[in-house]
Design a protein around this ligand. Sequence first.
Ligand code: NAP
Length: 275
Amino acid sequence: MLIYGKEIRDRLKEEIRQEAMKNTMSMVIVRVGDDPSSLSYVRGISKFAEETGVKAEILNLPEDASENEVIKCIRKLNNDTGLTGIMLQTPLPKHLDANRLVNLIDYNKDVEGIHNYNLGKLISKEEGVKPATPKAVISMLKAYDIALEGKKVTIIGRSMTVGSPLAVMMTGENCTVTLCHSKTRDLQKEALNADILVAAIGKQEFVTPDMVNEDTVIIDVGINFDAQGKMFGDVHSEASAKARMASAVPGGVGMITVAELFDNLRVLSRNQARF
Ligand code: NAP
């Protein structure tokens, strides 16, 4: 059975729209250069902002902007007291260090929840903003009444924005987590051992039917495009069909991620109102 994200997104969207009528919320997305892979995400953010009454501005810097120029821009936004959230769109041009720059964003405005301060809070189980895609994965599982406590979860992919924070968050949900990556020895065994299998690799149809069984719940985070521009997940359709449940691509996790980003904006806005 395929599972979808639209209803979850629509519910969150309505909550955010209601909140935006009471409290002004705003965010700036800093883009350096014109990487096409991030364009649809940025467009999705602008559309969601329009539909919810949140102000979202895209600040474009040229491809050859120096590190100092980007830092100057971030500092200016940090000091803008009327601004709720800041996001630095990745991938960045090769001469820029994304990790260093993200950590120069004021952590009180870190709408992606990826500043070291906020990741530290995530590990110590404190309330706060959390990376949007892992939040979307957990929202999806909960919306479909998939019990998490005690479940064996295998995550393929250990990136700082998806796999690694998701491993921490799933552990927080009392799952037993196996985090796999390109050096994992027997991936098929780890995948077959899972009650819940999360694919966050970035390789089209990587998860094949021999890696899942009939009881597996699959969450496919992957977004890949073929030469004709058709979207594919990281999971082969035959693997999804074999499993108990599998999230659709398109229409699954990706539908929820933008909404979770705005949920973070709402958290930042409430925290800022306290000071
Ligand atoms: P990433 O930074 O490129 O990380 C990919 C991970 O996959 C790495 O940890 C890598 O292992 C692992 N990997 C690569 N080849 C492997 C192999 N043969 N066997 C096992 N593991 C392997 O990617 P990402 O940013 O996490 O994104 C993953 C996918 O999710 C992409 O398709 C991206 O477009 C998509 N995405 C979707 C959303 C959404 O909202 N749906 C949001 C963000 C990303 P190593 O660490 O060992 O290199």
